[in-house]
Each structure stands twice: as structure tokens, then as C-alpha cells.
Ligand binder design. Structure first.
Ligand SMILES: *Cc1c(COP(=O)(O)O)cnc(C)c1O
Length: 345
């Protein structure tokens, strides 16, 4: 089977042996306050930060999912209002969760075919929330200017379907969140939250300690390389092994971007299919949306199924007229060649 599903997505094949190693090593039966676990957590965070070029001063925490991280943002960093800039379903969902916690939270819905050019961010918003890579409509947002326009506001960025695939400008955001089952090529059930020292400072001012997953409570434990509940030890172990295996993100990023550009070019010039995102400036580098007539899409899905190739379904209203292709690092070039063959026929 070959899968191009954008989450859960293809897992690095080496993970099969790492699971066996995890079992044999005994780490899975160790208490999460044991020396062995503390060493695992410390070394996992170290290699994760090194391979992804995360600044020393940023702190890394593990949770259960990206969705959980959305709630942590509202609970631990916001007292009355977050402001959400989004153009698709995941950004919308984040906004919806935020409003349940802080009803005054505000949002700006963008046209998914267009680059952000003008913002109207309320004075009263304490934090700006963005989805860098919108998995539902296969767009990516350029965030770099926000930090310059609003240097005093915290910026939280969902990078669930791009972390591990493209290099991120860490200094442009304060809170970054993701999960393991997309670009990182790992099984689901591990969320990742990355905080700048400004974010930690804000959490200390808020001083929220009301929830099992209040940031400061998580942090008290992580400061000792422990966790506030029995964590996904296997997930942390696998993340460490995969991070040891992969190249630095700079290298991965240039390969992923090149493969994305080649694939976009291929779809436009060598098939009778179209790209969902017309504007090259907002096309995602890690998830590609392809559109066509209902019949054509149906036919491709049928052919793919026969060859045991799984394509990502179109999201929501695009279910029948599009499909999505994950361009994640765990998927190899040979698999892309097979996909191209399929699409050419
Ligand atoms: C998949 C996805 C999520 C949700 O991730 P979970 O780990 O299921 O909580 C959030 N945001 C984006 C952009 C996603 O692609």
C-alpha cells in the first residue's frame, strides 16, 4: 500500500523496528518519574530542537493532540480575547473552540485563493492565532509581516501539517502547535507545543493553574523532564528515534519545496487536472489539492484503489471534486513517480 493521505499519513518504515526496540528496551513499562523516562524526554527534546533548528530559548512540551494545544492556548495565554485569521476548516475549528472558552474572541475569514494583505486586528485581542498550513484547502499563509506590524501581541501558529517538512521562522511566532501523525511521519496521539520566552512570560502573568493541562503545570513537570500525567511514552520514544534518523530541517525543507514545485508543475502541464489553489503564492508546500470534474476524480480514485494507492479525500464541500496529496518527508520520490504515472493515464 502507498498512502498520500494528509493525516494520519505514511509512517517512516523504520518505525516498525523502533517499536520493537522500544518494547525490548523496557522503557514502555517504566514509571514516568523514573530516571530512564527523564533521560528519554530530555534527549528527545534536545534532538527535536536540534534537527528543527528551534532556538535554545524556546521550550518544547508534549500533549495528546494539536486540538488539545488549541485549548491550552485559550486557557493558559488568553484572559478575554484571541483573534483568529483563517481561510479554511482547521482555522475555523480553532476559532470555534476558542469562542467556547472566551466568547469575545474575534476572527477574520480570508479568501483562500488570496494572500493576506490587510489586517484588522482589534486592539483588545491579546493574541493572534493563525494556521500556517491549512490542510483542508491546501494553502499556506505567509506570516512574516505580522510580527513586524504587531510586535507587542503574542502570535500562536498551527503548523500541524508542516512541522517537520518545511523550515519555520521561529522568531516570527511565540506559540507553535502541531501533532505527530502528519509531516513528522509518526503514529497519532502525540501533540507538540513550542513556546518562546515571551509566551512563557505571558503564561506566568495569567497564572492559570485550573486545568490538568494548564501550561504552567505542564511546565513545572517538564522542567524536571517529567510529565503531568502518564504520557504517550511510545510516541515520545518514536519521535526521538525519527529525529535522530532524519536530516536537518534545512535540507528536508529544500527537498520538500522542490518536490512540491515539481509536482505542481507536473499537474498543471502534464495532466488534464487542475490545481485547487490557483494563486501560486498561497499554495501549500506540504499538501497539494487537485481538482477536476466529478467523473474524472471518481475515475482516478477508482484506478488508485486498484493499485493500492490511497489518495487524500477532498475536504468538506470539495469531497467529490478534489483530492489531496500529502507531500510529507516520509513519502519517497519513487512513490511520487508511481503517483505521477497514475495521474498521467
Ligand atoms: C490535523 C490538523 C489538526 C488536528 O490535529 P489533531 O492531532 O487531530 O488534534 C489541527 N490543525 C491542522 C492544521 C491539522 O491539519
Amino acid at each position: 500500500m502507498i498512502t498520500f493521505y494528509p493525516g494520519p499519513s505514511k509512517i517512516y518504515p523504520e518505525v516498525a523496528a523502533y517499536c520493537q526496540d522500544a518494547f525490548s528496551s523496557g522503557i514502555l513499562s517504566q514509571n514516568h518519574r523514573s530516571e530512564a523516562f527523564m533521560t528519554l524526554l530530555r534527549t528527545c527534546i534536545e534532538v527535536f530542537k536540534t534537527k528543527l533548528n528551534i532556538p535554545m530559548s524556546y521550550e518544547v512540551f508534549f500533549t495528546s493532540s494539536a486540538t488539545e494545544c488549541w485549548e491550552i492556548v485559550s486557557q493558559s495565554f488568553v484572559s478575554t480575547q484571541s483573534h483568529h485569521i483563517f481561510n479554511g476548516a482547521f482555522g475555523q475549528k480553532w476559532f470555534d473552540y476558542a469562542k467556547k472558552i472566551h466568547p469575545l474572541s474575534s476572527g477574520q475569514l480570508l479568501d483562500y485563493q488570496e494572500k493576506i494583505t490587510n489586517f484588522s486586528i482589534p486592539e483588545t485581542a491579546e493574541i493572534i492565532c493563525l494556521t500556517q498550513n491549512e490542510t483542508s484547502n491546501t494553502t499556506q499563509l505567509d506570516l512574516s509581516i505580522l510580527k513586524n506590524i504587531y510586535p507587542e501581541k503574542l502570535i500562536a501558529i498551527d503548523v500541524t501539517s508542516s512541522l517537520g517538512g518545511i523550515e519555520l521562522a521561529w522568531e516570527k511566532g511565540d506559540i507553535w502547535l502541531a501533532s505527530a501523525q502528519k509531516c513528522l511521519g509518526l503514529p497519532s496521539g502525540l501533540g507538540i507545543l513550542i513556546c518562546s520566552s515571551r509566551a512563557i512570560h505571558q503564561a506566568k502573568i495569567m497564572n492559570d493553574r485550573n486545568y490538568y493541562n494548564s501550561l504552567l503545570f505542564i511546565r513545572d513537570n517538564f522542567n524536571q523532564y517529567q510529565t503531568h500525567y502518564t504520557p504517550n511514552i511510545l510516541g515520545i520514544y518514536l519521535l526521538k528515534r525519527v529525529m535522530e534518523q532524519v536530516e536537518n530541517i534545512k535540507k528536508i525543507s529544500s527537498q520538500i519545496i522542490q518536490r512540491a514545485l515539481d509536482f505542481y508543475d507536473y499537474i498543471e502541464n502534464e495532466t488534464d487536472l487542475e490545481l485547487l489553489v490557483k494563486n501560486p503564492e498561497v499554495r501549500s508546500m506540504t499538501v497539494v489539492g487537485i481538482s477536476g470534474s466529478k467523473e474524472k476524480i471518481q475515475e482516478i480514485k477508482h484506478k488508485a484503489a486498484k493499485k493500492n494507492i490511497i489518495l487524500g479525500n477532498g475536504y468538506g464541500k470539495w469531497q467529490d471534486s478534489t483530492f489531496r496529496i500529502a507531500n510529507f518527508p516520509a513519502i519517497n520520490n519513487n512513490e511520487f513517480d508511481q503517483l505521477k504515472q497514475l495521474l498521467q493515464q
